[in-house]
Each structure stands twice: as structure tokens, then as C-alpha cells.
Design a binder for this molecule. Sequence first.
Ligand SMILES: [Zn+2]
Length: 112
Amino acid sequence: MSDQVLGMKCTSCGTVSYPKHAVCPNCRQETFEAVAIGGEGKVLTYTDVYALAIDYETRYLRLAMAELDDGIRVTGHLLADDPKLGMRIRTEIGTVREPGDKPIQGLQFHPI
Ligand SMILES: [Zn+2]
């Protein structure tokens, strides 16, 4: 698997979305090109989800919405024991679950 997270950039207005939308949320066009996203940003909000699929080996999953320094808002797994709104994070690709020993990769946020 690629070690980059790909967002979709609208070929009409340049708005970057992650995950992909069927239509651009800014101009309603439907053509996109893949662009790498990632880097650092800050936590906008977070929550702990306890209603997980049966193959999760954790009691809960801490999810966050973060705003990256280039303005893109993304959702991912927040790996912080003491999360705070506005805390700085860096993005990485990591294993978020392993159903049937097949790792599923996703976006993770690490405190910095
Ligand atoms: Zn657009």
C-alpha cells in the first residue's frame, strides 16, 4: 500500500476533498485528480466510539477531525491519551484494524 494519503483535487476550482466527494463541495463539478495530503495540523474535534465491529480488539476508537496546515479537513484515528482541542498533530498511515489478519490501513494522528 502507498504510504501517502490521497485527496481529490477538483480540476475546475482546485478545492481538495478527503475523502472523495461525488461532486465538488465548492463548484459542483465532477472531475478530480489525486493529490497527496498530509503533514501537520491541529485537532478541531474528537470523540470516542464504543460501538465497534466485533473484530476490533480495542474497547473504543478515538476519532478526530483535524485541519491540516494547508486548510484541508480530514478525519482519522487520534493516537493521544490526553486529547485536547487545538492540539498539534502530524499525520501518518497506520493499521487501524486487522479483520482476519488482513491489516486495514488508515489515516492516524500523532501528537507533536
Ligand atoms: Zn470545484
